[in-house]
Ligand binder design. Structure first.
Ligand SMILES: [Zn+2]
Ligand SMILES: [Zn+2]
Length: 321
């Protein structure tokens, strides 16, 4: 990523908080947008107390107290973006904006097990733990604790959101989360890409919008006249078009790899996951979920056929190159 040394290119009154944690699932960046009434935040970061205290330090370095936060815009209901709501809501009473499909997930985060596709490894008999232990909220508890929150306002794609003196266009970028939104500010050319484009390519799952949704979202971002890009993970980039193209190319390279594996012989689903993802730690999540997204796309295009349980979950390539 073409990262600027500092975030000085941010428009006046907009500040970026990058937490020092760098390992996944690192706390997401927080954008603070100042106005005469106080400050709006885009995402709030992880639910560790020390992460929250660093957020408060960041705000106070710009002259804000936590109760100056009158608006919180959540790009999606994931722990690294909204976990800190558990502390923030004890000290502030902001309006909370969220895409409508993310609202039930924020209110009851146990529903994330569905959008994260936690049933998929069990469907293919490739999970080595009991089903009840595959709980994504438990999984994140030590890494990046989640919170629950009731959204008060809807982020509707195509509509505009006024924060400070700025007007952000709401762009739907699913794949990683069904209601993941990116924000584009036309006058300054600033694109806040959330988890759609960033330092690393985010995981994706069928019930989070899938690969087809992911690619469509990237197309929506690619046509915007963006001058610079602010991701949720990573630093500011002065080459938005390159970052978007790099993300798209990464996804398509993975598809090519899958097709290459299948070209030699049909493979059982678990074997395909293990060939694409060598790291055993992700064989429960998000390896199978990502592979399922690719197979959904390839199947819709008539390029593969996935045989059911009696066929041993065999994945067969229909084309011969
Ligand atoms: Zn996320
Ligand atoms: Zn994230």
């Amino acid at each position: 990523m073409q990262v600027s040394r500092n975030d000085s290119m941010l428009p006046e009154g907009i500040f970026l908080h990058r937490d020092k944690e760098t390992v996944w699932p690192a706390s997401a960046n927080v954008l603070a947008i100042k106005d005469s009434d106080g400050v709006s935040l885009v995402d709030v970061g992880c639910g560790h107390e020390e992460t929250y205290l660093r957020l408060k330090d960041f705000l106070s370095s710009h002259g804000f107290e936590i109760d100056d936060v009158h608006t919180v815009v959540l790009t999606h209901a994931h722990p690294d973006h909204m976990g800190a709501m558990r502390f923030l809501l004890e000290e502030a009473n902001p309006r909370i904006f969220l895409h409508p499909v993310e609202m039930p997930l924020a209110a009851d985060p146990s529903r994330l097990n569905h959008t994260f596709g936690m049933d998929i490894p069990f469907r293919y008999g490739m999970a080595e733990i009991p089903r009840e232990r595959a709980d994504i909220i438990e999984y994140f508890r030590g890494l990046c604790p989640m919170a629950s929150a009731e959204a008060t306002h809807r982020l509707l794609p195509g509509e505009e959101l006024r924060l400070g003196g700025y007007c952000f266009q709401i762009v739907e970028t699913p794949g990683h989360a069904n209601g993941l939104v990116s924000l584009f500010e036309k006058r300054t050319g600033m694109l806040f890409s959330a988890d759609a484009v960033g330092e690393v390519v985010a995981w994706y799952a069928p019930d989070s919008g899938g690969l087809i949704g992911f690619l469509e979202g990237l197309e929506r971002l690619a046509v915007l006249p963006a001058g610079f890009l602010v991701p949720s993970h990573g630093g500011v980039s002065v080459r938005p078009a390159e970052e978007i193209a790099r993300t798209r190319a990464y996804l398509l390279r993975r598809e090519e790899k899958i097709v290459r594996e299948l070209a030699a012989e049909p493979l059982p689903f678990p074997d395909l996951v293990k060939r694409i993802f060598k790291n055993q730690l992700i064989h429960l999540f998000p390896g199978p979920q990502i592979i399922q997204c690719h197979l959904d796309k390839l199947e819709a295009e008539g390029r593969v056929r996935c045989h059911g349980p009696e066929g041993g979950f065999l994945v067969e390539l229909l084309e011969r190159g």
